[in-house]
Design a binder for this molecule. Structure first.
Ligand code: MTE
Ligand code: HPA
Ligand code: MOS
Length: 810
């Protein structure tokens, strides 16, 4: 424990709570020095094997033969595994077990693992990979949402959430618009690729170190793949080098591959995906096709709204139906929709199974509605009405005491969105800049400008009720130091740092006395993935529950020793306080003992200083059959405004200014949360601008490395970029009155896209209407040039239609 001072402070009154203060991320130094270990950094185990796989090169087809002869002959190759070798489960999946562990008779997407290879060295593995011969009889793949719709290929049932009579309301409305909006997928590009290390133990046990957001899910699929009990599998995750949803379920495959090799060979086995394999083989954010119809009045008030989503689910269900559900629950964003009908269906395609990605379908739902709002404003302006997008947004925001029920029946209480929007609009001088921008657009032949506001209301809780629980193990040692283990995983978001602060404050000790231990299914069972932004809510509350149990025992023990009957101070556990590394009598702070002294003494008196805590979110429920319920514990709210500049000749986009105002309640760690907000916003900016997944006509991902897939660089960050927290104390039910922060900021960035749409409306309303998401330079140029003449327009569409598979008819 060198470097940790175990001395209490001068007195309890010197204690400053840690919660609410910026302390460094507990791996901040390790992230920079390299001391923070990822799966690839774990020390090599004796006899360890290198594991890799041979992916399908074909999107859809029947496997005629697999020839492993030549690969087997490579010196150093130890094992080759195909589907026929699987000892137990052949399929896996978090909701439906429909995804083949290894391709059996058919291949379903380019990149799908067909053969697992284990070798003594990377060189032997690479050589064997080259020599495996897989003969595939190709079949016509389904590569677009439209093709899946035409062929009726869906995953799961069609879902519907509705209120009122949307069709009638639209028919009766003074204005009507309809269209189809497309948003593309997104690659997670976590810095650590998918990885796992497995080694066998006694009695058919296996230990798997996995880069996973969901150790319990990994434990479950590994047990099923090996045909053993879950008690024989321990899954450990110290940290991930980013997950962003891409490791909520998709850590499963590498974990199973490593575990299968470990079981068959009796040796340790490690797999670390190469970047190209990771990008080609793993699922992404879902691309969506949204058909919509809206009816509205002269002021832009929405009277009726019909939305139909089709998502590209890829070749297995994964979390797609749950993600679609969240899209449908976020069509309303922050707006009151009296008559609304929302339909959603997941399409089967021959792409890698699409999966969770920050926002979990929310961004797709909200972007579609924001696009519609822009179109309402454009339309009204075409009619000569002086209505701007912000006016339309304002007029449709949920009310504070009326017009405040979501389409699924949950009341939007503690609603601050309107206040946040007004506060941000004033702070960033939104309306003055809007006028200047529109005036500048009229005279500037080179640069086109746009500006937009994005209100955000994001529902916090898993929509699957049973996932809203967490458990924690807290061990207090006799020197007063504390180890905490929860089911939550650390992926850079600061979960462990925040729980450290919560626990340190609970015992009134410095944060240095508390350590968060690696997540392991051995210590915390049946946990939910760290997702839905609820990591701190669930695991922090569970840790505090454990702390409460231990403190009660400590207080009972300490009360008698702190009391001073001579001076009339009777022993009372209710009057035992914990602060500054002291345990003291709240009535007489001079009557105290060091926390470590208490721990040692209590242990001698056989007081249990460890506890398991538990938390289940109260009051959440949602019935997906009826589309009604209260799925969310509360809403994280906020707004952002962004200004864009577009080179009219190249389509090149820059974001000179962005402002964020977000309500994350009482922040547990403002520095960490600021990192979440800024990082999430920039990641969202990537989704809506530069990031473009390009497949060839055979379903091969062409943008399969950071050289061909462009995420935002430091130079893309707005020069003028502000981020503030909206002061709010009202989230009383949640841990330390905080609010979840992980995903919401991504959706704030949708204003960057709507700002592009706004900019284009300065040139041509038709161009603006045609904009798809992401607004890449190419996409902007297409929208701009399609107004220039038929040939340019034709070229633009032709290009995009092949690259993205969008139907030119739209
Ligand atoms: N931040 C970092 N640095 N790395 C990540 O992988 N994932 C995001 C968000 N912030 C992520 C991140 C996603 S998708 C979620 S759901 C939350 O963190 C999960 O963590 P939390 O629930 O503890 O906020
Ligand atoms: N959000 C994020 N991840 C999830 C959810 C959710 O609502 N449900 C299952 N995994
Ligand atoms: Mo986050 S997409 O819920 O892992």
């Amino acid at each position: 424990m060198s470097g940790v001072h175990l001395q209490p402070l001068a007195d309890p009154a010197s204690h400053v709570p840690s919660v609410g203060r910026t302390i460094p991320h507990d791996s901040a130094v390790g992230h920079v020095t390299g001391a923070a270990a990822y799966i690839a950094d774990l020390p090599r185990r004796a006899d360890e094997l290198v594991v890799g796989f041979v992916p399908s090169a074909v999107a859809s087809g029947r496997i005629r033969s697999i020839d492993l002869g030549a690969a087997r002959g490579v010196a150093g190759v130890v094992d080759l595994i195909t589907a026929t070798d699987l000892p137990a489960a052949r399929h896996f999946g978090p909701i439906f077990a429909d995804e083949p562990i290894l391709a059996d008779d058919a291949v379903l997407y380019v990149g799908q693992p067909v053969v697992v290879i284990a070798a003594e060295t990377q060189a032997a593995l690479d050589e064997a990979r080259r020599l495996v011969r897989i003969e595939i009889e190709p079949m016509e793949p389904i590569l677009t949402i439209e093709q899946a719709m035409q062929r009726g290929r869906f995953i799961g049932p069609a879902r519907r959430i509705a209120r009122g009579d949307a069709a009638a309301a639209i028919a009766a409305a003074p204005h009507r618009l309809a269209g189809v909006f497309h948003s593309l997928g997104q690659e997670h590009l976590y810095l650590e690729s998918q990885a796992a290390l497995a080694y066998p133990g006694e009695e058919e046990q296996i230990v798997v170190h996995s880069s996973t957001q969901g150790p319990t899910e990994t434990q479950h699929v590994v047990a099923a793949a090996l045909g053993v009990g879950m008690h024989q599998v321990v899954c450990i995750c110290k940290r991930m080098g980013g997950g962003f949803g891409g490791k909520e379920t998709q850590g499963s495959l590498p974990a199973m591959m490593a575990a299968l090799v470990a079981r068959r060979t009796g040796r340790a086995a490690r797999i670390v995906y190469r970047r190209e394999d990771d990008m080609a083989s793993t699922g992404k954010r879902h691309a969506y096709r949204t058909a919509w119809e809206v009816g509205f009045d002269d002021d832009g008030r929405i009277l009726g709204y019909v939305v139909e989503f089709h998502s590209d689910g890829g070749a297995a269900a994964d979390l797609s139906t749950s993600i679609m559900e969240r899209s449908m629950l976020h069509v309303d964003n922050a707006y009151w929709l009296e008559h609304v009908e929302i339909r959603g269906r997941v399409c089967f395609t021959n792409h890698a199974p699409a999966t969770a990605f920050r926002g979990f379908g929310g961004p797709q739902g909200m972007a579609a509605t924001e696009s519609v709002i822009q179109e309402i404003a454009i339309h009204l302006r075409q009619q000569g009405r002086p209505v701007r997008p912000l006016d339309v947004q304002r007029r449709n925001l949920y009310g504070l005491s009326d017009r405040n029920v979501t389409p699924y029946g949950q009341v939007v209480d503690r609603n601050h969105v309107a206040e946040i929007v007004e506060s941000l609009a004033a702070r960033c001088e939104f309306e003055r800049r809007l006028s200047e921008i529109e005036a500048a657009n009229d005279r500037d032949p080179l640069v086109l400008r746009g500006i937009a506001m994005m209100p955000v209301k994001f529902g916090i809780s898993f929509t699957a009720k049973h996932l809203n629980q967490g458990n924690a193990l807290v061990n207090v040692y006799t020197d007063g130091t504390i180890q905490v283990s929860t089911g939550g995983t650390e992926m850079g978001q600061g979960l462990t740092t925040k729980i450290r602060q919560l626990v340190a404050d609970a015992f009134g000790v410095p944060t240095g006395w508390v350590l968060l231990m690696p997540t392991s299914t051995e210590k915390n069972c049946n946990t939910s993935p760290t997702a839905a932004s609820a990591g701190t809510d669930l695991n922090g509350a569970a840790a505090l529950d454990a702390c409460g149990a231990i403190k009660a025992r400590m207080a009972a023990w300490a009360a008698a020793r702190l009391a001073d009957p001579a001076s009339g101070l009777v022993a009372s556990p209710d009057h035992v306080g914990f602060a500054g590394g002291w345990v003291y009598d709240l009535r007489r702070p001079d009557r105290r003992m060091a926390f470590g002294e208490l721990c040692a003494g209590a242990r001698l008196d056989r007081v249990d200083l460890g506890a398991r805590g538990y938390f289940a979110t109260p009051g959440v429920d949602f019935d997906r059959e009826t589309g009604k319920g209260t799925p969310f514990f509360y809403y994280t709210q906020g707004a952002a405004a962004a200004e864009v500049r577009i080179d009219r000749f190249t389509g090149d986009l820059t974001v000179p200014r962005a402002d964020i105002l977000i309500d994350i309640g009482r922040s547990i760690n403002p520095g960490v949360d600021r990192g979440q907000v800024i990082g999430g916003f920039i990641q969202g900016m990537g989704w809506v601008t530069g990031e473009c997944l390009v497949y060839d006509e055979k379903g091969v991902l062409l943008s399969n490395s950071p050289t061909t897939y462009k995420i935002p660089a430091a130079s893309d960050v707005p020069v003028d970029f502000t981020c503030e927290f909206f002061p709010n104390d009202d989230n009383v039910g949640n841990v330390a009155r905080s609010k979840a922060v992980g995903e919401p900021p991504l959706m704030h960035a949708i204003c960057v896209w709507t700002a592009v749409k706004h900019a284009l409306s300065g040139v041509s309303l038709a161009a603006a209407r045609r904009l798809c998401l992401p607004a890449t330079g190419e996409e902007i140029l297409r929208a701009l040039s399609s107004t220039a003449g038929p040939s340019a327009s034709g070229a633009g569409w032709g290009h995009s239609a092949t690259m993205r598979g969008w139907s030119a008819a739209e």
